[in-house]
Write a protein that binds this ligand. Sequence first.
Ligand SMILES: [Fe+2]
Length: 367
Amino acid sequence: MKIELNDNKVYFNNGSIKKEIHPFWLRERVDGEEFLDKGTQQRLFDPTSLDNKISINKANITDKFLEINFNDGVNSKLDISKLALEFSNEDTVIKSIHKTKWDSTLKNIKNFEYQDNFFESKEMYNLLVSFYKYGFVIIKNIPTKDNFIVKFANSIGSVRRTNFGEYFDVKSKSDPNDLAYTSLGLSPHTDNPYRNPVPCIQLLHCIKNEVSGGLSTLVDGFTVTEDLKNENLDFYKILSEIKVRFKFIDKEVVLEDWSELIKLNDDKTFKQVRFSPRLDYVPMLEKGKLDIYYRARKKLSEMYNSDKYRIEFKLAPKDLMMMDNHRLLHGRTAYETKEGNRFLQGCYIDFDSTEGKLRHLKRKFNL
Ligand SMILES: [Fe+2]
């Protein structure tokens, strides 16, 4: 990427395309000390109050800087490498981590070990990169006293509190308001699809696990939906087009949100899956369309529940699993309460927590 000048106009040239840069775009980026607060990197002026007819009186390129004299009398010296970073139009930190698709053959994924000063360490950075690659990560040796999960969550970012509280105890209860609080097996699902926004990341911390069953299960929704796209494009399309209603009712709250089972980005790439077949209600559409929808949903469910995609493992006390609730489905096998206790604590955080921490650690370690 090169910055070029011609007749007091500024151009960027990436080798194949040469385009003029709008003078106002450059004027917004002046970063002298009366224009930009050095600490916060926030503007000290409001660009919406500037005259739209900003133009360039004189421009000059010296070594690494673009020097501009604007028609409103402002002079600036802009760092060219900083400008170049803005042309990718992408989140260069998070989007550069490619998702690794996985299925039941996934092996030898690195587990991380909690230790002092963990949250500000390079290991934490590696952990977050691994999380974005696979959609989950397991951390061993996390203290189990005093609801440590909340401290853990708040040391990465901030706990996302819900009507289930700041954190929740996953154990068999009498009079449960969700099947999670029984000893029944739970087929692969995403959590809280009825919430707006859906919690991004679930943390589950194993405090006790004395039963022979109760294995944790995970499925990569990204792998499954990409496979569905290859196997049956019509099914994939209908599931990524029709919005269905997810609903949760409790004594003090009625939660409801509408979404596709496979949500795509504007560029049609994978964004999010929601799947919780006890909670979804498709609207009353034309019969032929619903016929395809039901066949598609059944196929997707069979794939999510197939051995081909599921990994199963037993969480041991002090293990903490962090999983992407927009990408992965999770579940558990049934267990017998008479064998002993199974006690997990859970909470949610959102992507701003992990993204913010990752960018911070990248900056800190100059990675
Ligand atoms: Fe769940």
